[in-house]
Write a protein that binds this ligand. Structure first.
Ligand code: PBG
Length: 328
């Protein structure tokens, strides 16, 4: 017999004691459900994201209703824009009769309780496939981009967005968007800033989903270097000063340390984005029978919460909500 005063295993002795000792919880209230929409008909499956699809507006309304039944109360919309509507200056990004504003108005009418979140960035609308305007020399133009982002954010707020989520990583965009919203009577609309958005290869399947990959180069002059952590704190300080209501870390799984650091650094709610590549990895391994999907996904989600995320954007939102309800 070892003479041990402390035996941490006592707190793991059975399911009820383990429940008492549990520190972190996940539930549908912690999830934001990202949805892809398109101008065409029906549901078009996304090859690298089995189980996800581009939805027509009719399919979107069905999916939103189903999500509400699963107690998912927040969705974020991403548009697949026809090539013919993509331009150098991304004018479609602030067309009040465009895909996103149309969807927002109808979602608000049908499901007033649903929290509507929109992405602010030019890539779905840009013929260059970049989040910002591109100069003739191939440089991403910061300040010129912000004028367009403000128009886009305002257009989304006018159509009924509750939370505006700039994902473009231009400097100063949070402050400029806050000012624009306030000046036009939308001081009640929140900003969820993609604070630490890394230039990550885990976005690959998302760009397939929207055909939004950059036409040249990469996004490294605006998205962050995955090797950096201190820099995330610089971004967090700026976003807070500029009026962000919530901060986001993206991707989530490979950046748990960044979530943790922001949690220490800021009093604001923190969101983590379990991105398309994380979904694809979990899905592919599960479909091969190499991982237990339900258990691994729930573990990946609770890990994001444990690191300090209040809320998680995940393509697994509905399924996870159902699994949590079933119990493990
Ligand atoms: C676009 C945007 C991207 C994602 C969300 N908004 C892609 C990118 O920056 O290239 C990625 C989401 C995902 O991979 O699930 N600004």
């Amino acid at each position: 017999m070892l003479n041990l005063v402390k035996r941490p295993r006592r707190n793991r002795q059975n399911p009820w004691v383990r429940a008492m000792a549990q520190e972190t919880f996940i539930g549908p209230q912690h999830f934001i459900y990202p949805l892809f929409i398109h101008t065409g008909e029906g549901r078009i499956p996304i090859k690298s994201m089995p189980g996800c699809a581009r939805l027509s507006l009719d399919e979107l309304y069905l999916e939103a209703e189903a999500a509400l039944k699963d107690e998912i109360k927040a969705i974020v919309l991403f548009p697949a824009i026809p090539e013919a509507q993509k331009t150098k200056f991304a004018e479609e990004a602030y067309n009040p009769n465009g895909l996103i504003p149309t969807a927002l108005r109808e979602l608000k009418r049908r499901f007033p309780e649903l929290v509507l979140i929109t992405d602010v960035a030019l890539d779905p609308y840009s013929s260059d496939g970049h989040d910002g305007l591109v100069s003739d020399q191939g440089v991403i133009l910061n300040d010129e981009t912000i004028d367009i982002l403000c128009k886009q954010a305002l257009c989304q707020a006018q159509a009924g967005a509750d939370i505006i989520s700039p994902s473009d990583m231009m400097d100063g965009r949070v402050g400029a968007i806050r000012k624009t919203l306030d000046e036009h009577g939308f001081s009640h609309v929140s900003i969820l800033a993609y604070t630490a958005k890394y230039a990550s290869s885990f976005y690959g399947p998302f760009r397939d989903a929207l055909d939004s990959a950059p036409r040249f180069g990469d996004k490294k002059t605006y998205q962050m270097n995955p090797a950096n952590a201190r820099e995330a704190l610089i971004e967090a300080t700026l976003d807070e000063e500029e009026g962000a209501d919530m901060l986001m870390v993206k991707p989530g799984g490979a950046f748990l340390d960044i979530i943790y650091r922001l949690r220490q650094h800021s009093q604001l709610p923190i969101a983590a984005y379990q991105v398309s590549g994380e979904y694809a990895m979990l899905k592919a391994a599960s479909q091969n029978g190499w991982l237990n999907e339900k258990k691994t996904v729930l573990e990946s989600l609770v890990a994001l919460r444990r690191a300090g995320a209040d809320v998680i954007l995940t393509y697994y939102a509905r399924q996870a909500a159902q699994w949590i309800k079933e119990g493990l």
